[in-house]
Design a protein around this ligand. Structure first.
Ligand code: GCO
Ligand code: MG
Length: 402
C-alpha cells in the first residue's frame, strides 16, 4: 500500500492546529496531529519541506520502519519539532492501518484493557470562592476528577486561570502576554485552596493541581508536604524536569503523587524519572512524543516501575491527538488518567470525531482507525494566526518559567 501524497493543513478555528494528511494509492487516508503551541509553522515546515518528500512511494503499512527511518535517518534526533513531525506521520499511518483493516485503533493495540477512560477537566477561578464554584460546575457536568487552579492574592495573573468557565486558552495573538510570579505568595496560598476544596467537596472527588514548572526542588517538597492532608490525585510539574535527578529531593520529603512529562519528547527525557520511581504519572502525549509507536515504548517502560500514564490533553492538542490518545488509554495496561480540555464548537466542527464524553469518562468510539476526520473546506476558512504562549517574570523582573 504505497503512500502517494501527503499534505500539511494549518488552520485556526479559535486556535492554531497543524494536521498531516497522508494519502495512499487505494484511496485510504490517515490523519496525524502536529500542533506545537506557539511554534506551529516550524513543524509544518519540517513536515512539508523535509518529511513529506520522503514519504512518497513508501509502504504505509511499515509503521515501525517509517518511525525508525525518520528518527534515525535525520541524524538530529529528538526535540519537540522533530518529534511532533514524526508523531504526525506515525498517527496517520496507524489511522490508515485501522481503516484498511476496518478496525478501531485500540483493537490493533491489543484491544480494550478497560471499558472506559477516566478524564479530568480544568476548574479555575480568580480567587478561592470562584474556584470552589468552578469545581462545583465541573462536578455537575459529571467530572470525577478535577484539576483546580486559582488566582493568587497579590499577583495580577496566574497560570491556569482562564477567562471563560469551560475553555482555557493561554496563547495570545501577535505577542506573548506577560505574567508575574512569586513563589512565596504561591506557597503561602495554595494549601488554603485545597483545605477549602476538601471541606466543601469531601474526600471523594479526585483533585489535581499543576505547578507548571515554577518551584525549586526544595520549595516543591514543601508544597507537596503541605498538600498531603488533602490527598491530591497528583501535583504536576512541581519543578522543571530538565534535571530529572532533582526529583530525588522532592521524593525524599513528600508522599503527594507527582506527574511530569507534557514537555518531554522522548523516552530519554523521562528515563531517570521512571526508572528511579521519582514520579507516579508520565504525561507524555501522542503529538509531542513521537506518536503511538513511541508512547507505547514509554508506557511499557513505566509499567515495570508502577508508573501510570496521564497524557497531556490541553486544547492545543487537536481532536486528532485526543482521538489517538483515547485509543491508547483504552488499550494500555498501566493507564492512570487522561487530561481532557473541551475544544470550542468551531474546532469540533473542523474535526468531526467519534469519541464521546459522558459522566466524567470517555471512549474513542468504534470507527475504524482513530475516528477523527478533518473538514478541509471549513478548515480553509480559518487561516493561521501567529500566537504566542505567555512569558513569566518574577516580581523583580527576572525571567522565570511560565
Ligand atoms: C496542562 C498544560 C497546559 C500547557 C499548554 C501549553 O497541564 O494542560 O500545562 O496548560 O500549558 O498545553 O501549550
Ligand atoms: Mg501541565
Amino acid at each position: 500500500m504505497k503512500i502517494v501524497d501527503a499534505k500539511v493543513i494549518v488552520c485556526c478555528p479559535g486556535r492554531n492546529f497543524v494536521t498531516l494528511k497522508v494519502m495512499t494509492e487505494d484511496g485510504v487516508y490517515g490523519l496525524g496531529d502536529a500542533t506545537l503551541n506557539g511554534r506551529e509553522l516550524a513543524v509544518a515546515s519540517y513536515l512539508s519541506d523535509h518529511v513529506v518528500p520522503l514519504l512518497i512511494g513508501r509502504d504505509a503499512r511499515r509503521i515501525e520502519d517509517t518511525w525508525q527511518y525518520l528518527y534515525k535517518g535525520a541524524y538530529w534526533q529528538r526535540g519537540p519539532v522533530t518529534m511532533s513531525a514524526i508523531a504526525a506521520v506515525d498517527a496517520a499511518l496507524w489511522d490508515i492501518k485501522g481503516k484498511s483493516l476496518n478496525a478501531p485503533l485500540y483493537q490493533l493495540l491489543g484491544g480494550a484493557s478497560r471499558e472506559t477512560v477516566l478524564v479530568y477537566g480544568h476548574a479555575s477561578g480568580v480567587g478561592i470562592e470562584e474556584t470552589v464554584q468552578a469545581v462545583a460546575q465541573y462536578q455537575k457536568a459529571g467530572y470525577k476528577a478535577i484539576r483546580a487552579q486559582s488566582g493568587i492574592p497579590g499577583l495580577p495573573s496566574t497560570y491556569g486561570v482562564g477567562r471563560g468557565s469551560f475553555y482555557y486558552e493561554p496563547a495570545e495573538k501577535n505577542a506573548p502576554p506577560q505574567s508575574r510570579w512569586s513563589s512565596e505568595a504561591y506557597m503561602n496560598f495554595i494549601p488554603t485552596l485545597f483545605a477549602r476544596l476538601r471541606k466543601e467537596f469531601g474526600p471523594e472527588p479526585h483533585l489535581l493541581h499543576d505547578v507548571h514548572h515554577r518551584l525549586t526542588p526544595i520549595e516543591a517538597a514543601r508544597v507537596g508536604k503541605s498538600l498531603e492532608p488533602y490527598h491530591l490525585f497528583w501535583m504536576e510539574d512541581p519543578t522543571p524536569a530538565e534535571l530529572q535527578e532533582s526529583f530525588r529531593l522532592i521524593r525524599r520529603h513528600t508522599t503527594t503523587p507527582l506527574a511530569v512529562g507534557e514537555v518531554c519528547n522522548s523516552i530519554f527525557d523521562c528515563q531517570t524519572l521512571i526508572q528511579e520511581q521519582l514520579i507516579d504519572y508520565i504525561r507524555t502525549a501522542v503529538v509531542h512524543s513521537g506518536g503511538i509507536t513511541h508512547l507505547r515504548r514509554i508506557a511499557n517502560l513505566a509499567e515495570i516501575y508502577q508508573v501510570r500514564t496521564g497524557s497531556h490533553g490541553a486544547t492545543d492538542l487537536s481532536p486528532v491527538c485526543m482521538g489517538a490518545a483515547l485509543h491508547f488509554d483504552l488499550s494500555v495496561h498501566n493507564f492512570g488518567i487522561q487530561e481532557y480540555m473541551k475544544h470550542t464548537d468551531e474546532t469540533n466542527a473542523v474535526f468531526p470525531h467519534a469519541y464521546q464524553f459522558e459522566h466524567g469518562i470517555m471512549h474513542p468510539g468504534e470507527k475504524p482507525g482513530i475516528g477523527v476526520d478533518i473538514n478541509e473546506e471549513l478548515a480553509a476558512k480559518y487561516p493561521y494566526q501567529r500566537a504566542y504562549l505567555p512569558v513569566n517574570r518574577r516580581l523583580d523582573g527576572t525571567m522565570h518559567n511560565w
